[in-house]
Write a protein that binds this ligand. Structure first.
Ligand SMILES: [Zn+2]
Ligand SMILES: [Zn+2]
Length: 267
């Protein structure tokens, strides 16, 4: 861990509807906290009910990336990415959108199941078991369809689970999660360790350690680290903790991407 290459592969700026943070401020913060590489993974959502649908202004985004690369050359590596919402449902639109653009990294995430966002309304609509199984089946479809390098926050639903769900235990949904993981390994799709849960109510990563261990046991070895920062002060939050967790779960390396091509680094 000492001297490890520290990166943050899940960061939102003002180019995402739910963040007001400036890209240059993140870069300044990266120098301060020792993050050597950032991917700005802006939301790319096409669900008709999603307020952030088609929100990203690519011209503005890429101009900001260029400016950061110029200003922070040799200090911070700045990469271009997207957090694709339900990529399996919008394949054609996504392929058309990214054509000719130099994205380094695509994170695939499920934030919606049919016409319900994974917030209170979704949880209020089903009891726990049904809610998780429906969610995991949607994640499976995303992995099956592919078109991205790494699956975002695999057990995200636990963040929104109401008290009557009585917590989340991966073991209860082992079969459904294994199906996702096996498919991910087969497709060469990685997992992210999303550290946002550590600084929020959950007090643990997404996904949880158990799921990371299963992925490793099934032969998975593509792992990225992301804070899911929407504010500058959260950049790089708990990334060293995620390195330690990855090592405990049996990983020896993690992955960075340039134009979708992986490079492995020691933890
Ligand atoms: Zn997300
Ligand atoms: Zn995000």
């Amino acid at each position: 861990m000492k001297g490890a290459y520290l990166v943050d592969y899940h960061v939102h700026t003002e180019n995402s509807i739910d963040s007001g943070a400036k890209m240059t401020d993140y870069c300044r913060q990266a120098v301060r906290v020792g993050i050597q590489e950032i991917v700005f993974t802006e939301h790319f959502d096409l669900n008709p009910l999603e307020p952030g649908r088609w929100y990203l202004n690519y011209q503005r985004y890429s101009a900001q990336v260029e400016e950061c690369r110029r200003r922070y050359h040799g200090l911070v590596t700045v990469k271009m990415g997207l957090e694709l919402g339900e990529p399996h449902l919008y394949r054609k639109e996504i392929e058309e959108y990214i054509r000719g653009k130099n994205f380094d990294f695509l994170l695939g995430s499920v934030h919606w199941v049919d016409d319900l966002a994974l917030h209170r309304e979704y949880c209020d609509s089903f009891e726990a078991r049904k809610a998780y199984l429906r969610y995991f089946s949607e994640v499976y479809k995303a992995v099956e369809a592919g078109g991205f390098q790494v699956l975002g926050h695999l057990d995200l639903l636990k963040r929104y689970a109401p008290p009557d769900y009585r917590g989340f235990s991966a073991a209860v949904y082992r079969e459904a999660i294994w199906e996702i993981l096996r498919r991910a390994v087969g497709q060469g799709i990685g997992l992210e360790i999303n550290t946002s849960g550590i600084r929020q109510k959950l007090k643990e990563t997404l996904p949880s350690a158990e799921i990371l261990r299963w992925y490793r046991e099934l032969g998975g070895d593509i792992l990225t680290f992301g804070s899911d920062a929407h504010r500058v002060r959260d950049l790089g939050a708990d990334i060293p903790v995620a390195h330690q967790l990855a090592a405990r779960c049996g990983f020896r390396q993690f992955t960075t991407f340039s134009r979708g091509e992986p490079t492995m680094h020691p933890l």
